[in-house]
Design a protein around this ligand. Structure first.
Ligand code: CA
Length: 231
């Protein structure tokens, strides 16, 4: 079955172009040119991935992203023309997984879509495996794979799918030091490239959300020169 992509972009030149490239790769694409129409569809249809433009007439991409996250866990890629928006997206307070700045090469978008879908599939396969543990409780930090929920001393913590996957992998390997390379390959499902700061950036955000003391993190420890671990 074709994987279904939700595309919300009011500039028709861009949405037409993306649609062509995505369909060419075998994806089924539902395109909307405003937030309101997309919102109606989001409520009733589960997609495999969403591409949301930030600046939309009516309801903007940030709001759509939050609405999707209230219900679903599939990957969300944001499109933005404004540098200021990137902070908001990378702060990941809205729950997006990736962003692409305009102008972009449609092939780049297709590549990011593939990466996100691969990561999501891998994650779901792990989640569906029977023998696996469903929940970890590490000194008050609870992480549940079937509900995708995380809480710290019963306070819910909103994690993006990537952050969740990182935390889950470290919890599964509690006590073991995991290299950035291994984390990257497990979570993103891609070959690691030297001097890649992606893992570090996501760990930093994760620690912020866990309100970790900067000098002495309680949960995710850095083992210098080797990697990360949860004790
Ligand atoms: Ca726009």
């Amino acid at each position: 079955m074709n994987q279904k992509v939700l595309l919300v972009e009011d500039e028709e030149d861009i949405s037409n172009l993306l649609e062509i490239y995505l369909k060419d790769q075998g994806y089924a694409v539902d395109t909307f040119h405003n937030g309101q129409d997309a919102l109606e569809r989001i409520k009733t249809t589960e997609y495999d991935l969403a591409i949301l433009d930030v600046m939309l007439p009516g309801i903007n991409g940030f709001e759509l992203c939050k609405k999707i996250r209230e219900q679903y866990f599939y990957p969300i890629i944001m499109l933005t023309a404004k540098i200021e928006d990137i902070d908001k997206i990378t702060g990941l307070t809205i729950g997006a997984d990736d962003y692409i700045t305009k102008p972009f090469n449609p092939l780049e978008v297709v590549a990011r879509v593939k990466t996100q879908l691969r990561r999501y599939k891998r994650y779901n396969e792990q989640a569906g495996s029977v023998k696996d543990v469903e929940e970890y409780d590490i000194r008050g930090l609870k992480i549940n794979k079937s509900t995708h929920r995380c809480s710290l001393f019963e306070e819910p913590i909103e994690l993006t799918p990537i952050e969740f996957s990182i935390l889950w992998y470290l919890s599964e390997n509690q006590g073991k030091v995991i290299s950035a390379e291994e984390l990257f390959e497990k979570v993103w499902g891609e070959k690691y490239i030297e001097n890649n700061n992606t893992v570090m950036a996501h760990i930093a955000r994760l620690r912020e959300k866990l309100k970790e003391p900067v000098k002495k993190p309680r949960f995710i420890k850095t083992v210098w020169g080797v990697g990360y671990k949860i004790e």
